[in-house]
Design a protein around this ligand. Structure first.
Ligand SMILES: [Ca+2]
Length: 266
């Protein structure tokens, strides 16, 4: 009797297809192969190699060779490779990729800024998100003049002000939107070299000569808002003084109460 071993080169019944999911969802990749001898499936991403029944964190390969990624995160994006191997050391591979959709995130932005009048200024806002967010700078109407220009390069959105004017002082908000959400972040621009309004502003000194303006409410608020810190310089003693005086008042009240009690008990 002669045994006939039928050899069928391994082949993919189903190649995995690219998957796009929202962050937090489950991504599933199907991959099936056949041949004789029967192939076994495994998956690889970078240095991680998983066979059916194995798990690596949120990534697992089911017994039938299906790859499942739970609670998908942005760092899961990339290429995943389905590998079919038989016991004759033949193998075939099929690549697929995972794309993760997520709302905008402002990853980097200029901080509160002091700019000198009539100088050039560039503010920047770096945004990530998928789909690619639309980014705008929300600024005061009178700032949207010929002196301002918005441009984008390598995912960073720049607001260029050719000549800083008094009217530029105020909040600048970077706003990024895609269909999954909106991100906003703001900064405050102080224009140095203008005369502060006496009724609601405090004058800071900068390098000893120039000045910029801050709201009076920022004086003695425990935050350094002036470059030379004069907005917080004469506050500490007041606080201590008031604190000491407060303690003294309590002590006097307690002594009076004790005297009354002694007098009553006598
Ligand atoms: Ca302050």
């Amino acid at each position: 009797m002669v045994a006939v071993i039928l050899f069928v080169p391994l082949y993919f019944i189903q190649h995995p297809v690219d998957v796009t999911v929202r962050r937090g969802a489950v991504a599933t990749f199907y991959c099936f192969a056949d041949g004789s001898p029967k192939p076994k499936l495994s998956w690889r991403k970078g240095d991680v190699y998983l066979t059916p029944g194995q798990r690596f964190g949120r990534i697992q390969v089911l017994e039938d060779g299906t790859l499942e990624i739970g609670n998908v995160q942005v760092q899961d994006e990339g290429v995943y490779t389905c590998i079919a191997t038989n016991n004759m050391n033949h193998s075939r591979m099929s690549n697929t990729s995972l794309t993760v959709m997520y709302p905008p995130v402002i990853v980097n932005m200029s901080t509160d800024t002091i700019a000198t009048k009539d100088t050039r200024l560039t503010l920047q806002c770096e945004v990530k998100g998928n789909p690619v967010p639309a980014v705008t700078w929300v600024i005061k109407d009178d700032v949207q003049s010929k002196y301002t220009k918005i441009m984008t390069q390598d995912g960073i959105h720049y607001l260029n002000i050719a000549r800083v004017q008094n009217s530029h002082e105020g909040k600048f908000i970077c706003e990024a939107k895609n269909k999954l959400g909106t991100a906003r972040k703001e900064l405050f621009l102080n224009v140095q070299g203008r005369t502060c309004r006496a009724n609601d502003e405090f004058t800071c000194h900068y390098h000893g000569i120039d000045a910029h303006c801050i709201p009076k409410a920022w004086v003695c608020d425990m935050d350094k808002d002036c470059a030379d810190n004069i907005d917080e310089q004469n506050c500490a003693t007041d606080v201590v003084f008031h604190g000491v005086r407060h303690v003294m008042v309590i002590m006097i009240v307690e002594i009076i109460q004790m005297n009354i009690e002694i007098h009553v008990s006598c």
